[in-house]
Design a protein around this ligand. Sequence first.
Ligand code: PDD
Length: 288
Amino acid sequence: MSRVVYVNGQYLPYWQAQVHVEDRGFQFGDAVYEVIEVRGRQLVDATSHLNRLSRSLGELSMARPMSDRALLHVIGETVRHNLVRDGQVYLQVTRGAAPRDFFFPPAETIEPTLVVIARPISKTAQDAKAQQGLTVTTTPDIRWGRCDIKTVMLLPACLAKTAARKAGAREAWFVDPDGFITEGGSSNAWIIMQDNTLVTRHIDNKILAGITRATTQRAIEKLGLQLDERSFTRAEALAAKEAFATAASMQVMPITAIDGEKIGTGQPGVMTLQLRGVFYSAAEFTDI
Ligand code: PDD
């Protein structure tokens, strides 16, 4: 549970933290966000997350609310207020509040909204989940053409993940019109082929360049494993030896079934768990 939330310069009790009714994040989804893991009161891969935030802001011609240094300070304070040792920070920047109009208001007339939420997540519970693994369902990728920008326009992901849950699964994998898996509703998608080659989709505007994905790539290099960055089909995924998802909210998370069909033995894969085990040795830790 989050107790104190940062909103536009104030640390407020959770239920009193509010933004304006004409905030463009609320009316147009005109907002970007980041989720950063907190582990042992340190941030995991903060530099990369803040760099991606800058990129998302830049792609949408949105103003920065403050410098990265100041952002790290606010994140640190929010983490301390909420007594988070292990958990996550959610950071959202919107273009700001203005009378409803589709056109972007001139930059000098609007102040960005910044919200930072920190909440604890039990490391033991997450590790227990990883020992079990998740199941996924596949669904057509109905999202827009700029999935490389981390915007809050997440309705397709909400629909897909809710349908997955109804089917008894935890994550949804999007499939493009050519039958290729793009990524998960809130994670990147990976498979391990029968010859032990790891495969994850190449980066372009159809997927988010996951920070956890990049750290996992470094872990793969460290272990001397083979990686192929290319599109893969649902059929390849069903025939894979192992599958997993990566995201700041789950690190490396084994996938044991896709659309009700077991992947490999139907248990978390050996290589996947090995990667999960070495993940943090490839990550950057930042004191806050
Ligand atoms: N989601 N792809 C999508 C569509 C995502 O929403 C996410 C993260 C990722 C993985 O990115 P990263 O490794 O940088 O977390 C890939 C966050 C965790 C969320 O929305 O909760």
